[in-house]
Write a new protein. Structure first.
Length: 503
C-alpha cells in the first residue's frame, strides 16, 4: 500500500503540469457537453477525437479521452433531471425519479445528490484502480497464451450475456466483429485474407473508420430521424446544497451504487449502463416503500448516478492490467493506446508508469473539476439544448471525414467509414447493438494470435487449454455464464433490468 501511495504521488507530479491539466479540463468539459446533448455519446466523441490525439503525447491523449468518458456520466444526469431527456444511456433511469423531483421543485436537491454521489463513487473507483491495479498486473504477468485466450473468450461471453436485448443478436454482433478483425494479411502465411482483392485492406480494416462509422455516422443518421422535444423546465433551480437529512437518506444508495458499480465496471460486458440499471433495480428491491420510486425518490437518483460513475472508473482496471476491454468505450481506448505504440496489458504499469499513474491521478483531479463545472453551469447546459441539431450533426460528419482521411491519407477509408455508418444504421433498425461488434473486432486478432500460439506450443493438442489452471478456470466461468443465462429465473431478471430502457 505504501508503494502504491508513493507511485500515486508520482502520478500527481505527472498530471500537475500545465499541458496535462489542460487535457484533463478539456476532457471533463467535452464529457459534460456530450453528456448533456442527446444523440452524442462518449463512444462517438472519442471516435471523433482519436485522429486528433496523434499529435499529443500518449499520457495527455489518454487523460483527455478518459475524462470524456467519465465526464459524460456527470453531464447526462443534468438534462435527465431538468428536461427528462437523458443525454446518456446511463442516465435513462436517473430521469425516472430525477425529473419528478424537478417537477416538485426539488431539482436542486436532485442535481446536488447526483453530483455528490458521482464524486464519491468516482473517487472510490479511482482508489480501487490505484490499489488493485498493480497486484492484478503482477498476477497477469504469469499468464501464458492459453490463459490469455481463455480470458478473452470469457470477455466475449460476458459481453454477450450482459448485452442489452436479444442474446442471439449479441452473439451475431460478436461473430461479425470477429470476422471483420480477420481481414488483412495472415500473420503466419503472409497471404491476404478476406480482402476482396482490395489492396487497401492488406493491413486490415481501419480501426478509426469502423469506430467513426458505427458510432459517429450511424448516430447522425438515426438522430436525424427523431424529433427530440425540448420541454425545458421553467421552475427556478434553488437549494443546490441539500439538507443533512436528504444527504443521510441518499447515503445508503450512494454506497450501494458505488459498490455495485465498482464490480460491474470490472466485469467484461458490464459497464456503466448495466451498472445504473442494476442499481435502480437494487434500490427498488431493498426499499421499505418501493411505491415511492417513479414519484421522486432520492434513492432513484443517488444509486444509479453513483453506480455509473464507479463503473466508468473501474472499467480501466481490466484494460490496463490485462489488455481486456470491457465495453465499446474501452475498446476505443485499446485503439488509442495501440495508435500510440502502447500495447495495453500487465506491462503497462512497469514500462509506462507515467501513463498508468498519471491517468489514475488525473481521475481524482477530473472528478473535482467536474463538480466545479457541472453545478454552476447548469443554466448554460440547458440552453445548449436549444442548439439546432442539424448544424451539430453536419459538423460531426465533416470532422469524421477529415479525421479518417488524416490517419492514412486514404480516400478508401472514408468510403469504409460511410459503409460502416450505413451498416450501423441498419443494425440499429434491427435492434442489434453495435458495441459487441466493436469488442469482437478488437479482441478477434488477439484471440486468434493466442489460440495459434497455444496450439503451436501444445503441438496441436487442444488439451493445452485445460491443463493450465488459470485457463481452465476462465473456461469454466464462461461455461457457467452460458448455463446461467439459459435458466428461466436469470433470464427473467435480465429482462426486468432493461424493461425501463426498452419502454
Amino acid at each position: 500500500m505504501i508503494e502504491s501511495l508513493q507511485l500515486l504521488g508520482h502520478g500527481f507530479a505527472v498530471v500537475l503540469t500545465l499541458d496535462n491539466l489542460m487535457f484533463c479540463l478539456i476532457g471533463a468539459l467535452f464529457g459534460t457537453l456530450i453528456g448533456v446533448l442527446p444523440g452524442l455519446g462518449p463512444v462517438a466523441t472519442i471516435s471523433l477525437l482519436l485522429p486528433a490525439t496523434f499529435a499529443l503525447e500518449p499520457v495527455g491523449a489518454i487523460i483527455m479521452l478518459s475524462g470524456i468518458y467519465y465526464g459524460a456520466q456527470y453531464g447526462g444526469s443534468t438534462t435527465a433531471i431538468l428536461v427528462n431527456i437523458p443525454g446518456e444511456s446511463t442516465s435513462v433511469v436517473t430521469a425516472i425519479d430525477g425529473y419528478q423531483m424537478a417537477r416538485q421543485g426539488r431539482a436542486g436537491q436532485a442535481l446536488a445528490i447526483a453530483a455528490i454521489g458521482s464524486f464519491i463513487a468516482g473517487c472510490i473507483g479511482t482508489l480501487v484502480i490505484a490499489f488493485a491495479g498493480p497486484p492484478l498486473a503482477r498476477m497477469a504477468q504469469s499468464f501464458t497464451s492459453p490463459d490469455y485466450f481463455s480470458l478473452m473468450v470469457f470477455g466475449l461471453v460476458s459481453a454477450v450475456v450482459l448485452a442489452n436485448g436479444s442474446l442471439f443478436r449479441a452473439v451475431a454482433m460478436i461473430v461479425l466483429g470477429l470476422l471483420f478483425g480477420m481481414i488483412g494479411m495472415d500473420v503466419n502465411t503472409g497471404m491476404p485474407r478476406l480482402t476482396g482483392n482490395f489492396i487497401e485492406l492488406s493491413d486490415g480494416v481501419s480501426f478509426v473508420a469502423i469506430a467513426l462509422g458505427l458510432f459517429g455516422v450511424a448516430e447522425v443518421i438515426c438522430n436525424l430521424e427523431q424529433d427530440i422535444s425540448r420541454t425545458v423546465t421553467s421552475s427556478k433551480i434553488t437549494n443546490l446544497w441539500p439538507s443533512f437529512a436528504v444527504i443521510r437518506q441518499a447515503m445508503g444508495a450512494i454506497l450501494r451504487g458505488t459498490g455495485l458499480g465498482t464490480v460491474m465496471g470490472v466485469l467484461p460486458g458490464g459497464g456503466a449502463t448495466m451498472a445504473s440499471f442494476s442499481s435502480y433495480a437494487l434500490e427498488k428491491k431493498v426499499s421499505r416503500t418501493p411505491s415511492r420510486f417513479g414519484r421522486g425518490a432520492i434513492e432513484g437518483v443517488a444509486g444509479p448516478e453513483s453506480a455509473n460513475n464507479a463503473a466508468a472508473q473501474t472499467s480501466f482496471i481490466p484494460l490496463l492490467t490485462m489488455g481486456l476491454p470491457t465495453s465499446a468505450t474501452m475498446a476505443l481506448m485499446v485503439g488509442a493506446l495501440t495508435l500510440h505504440g502502447i500495447a495495453p496489458g500487465p506491462n503497462v504499469i512497469t514500462r509506462q508508469p507515467d501513463l498508468f499513474w498519471g491517468l489514475v491521478a488525473s481521475m481524482f483531479i477530473g472528478n473535482v473539476m467536474l463538480i466545479i463545472i457541472n453545478l454552476p453551469m447548469i443554466g448554460l447546459w440547458v440552453r445548449l439544448l436549444r442548439l439546432p441539431y442539424r448544424f451539430l450533426f453536419l459538423l460531426i460528419v465533416i470532422i469524421s471525414s477529415i479525421g479518417v482521411y488524416s490517419v492514412s491519407n486514404s480516400v478508401f477509408d472514408i468510403y469504409l467509414m460511410i459503409g460502416f455508418g450505413l451498416l450501423g444504421y441498419l443494425l440499429r433498425k434491427l435492434d442489434a447493438e453495435p458495441a459487441p461488434m466493436l469488442m469482437g473486432f478488437v479482441l478477434g486478432p488477439m484471440i486468434e494470435e493466442n489460440f495459434r500460439r497455444s496450439m503451436i506450443t501444445g503441438r496441436g493438442d487442444p488439451m493445452v487449454f485445460l491443463e493450465r489452471p488459470i485457463s481452465l478456470a476462465f473456461l469454466l466461468l464462461s461455461l457457467a455464464l452460458l448455463i446461467s443465462v439459459a435458466l428461466p429465473f436469470i433470464r427473467k431478471r435480465r429482462e426486468e433490468i432493461f424493461q425501463d430502457e426498452e419502454a
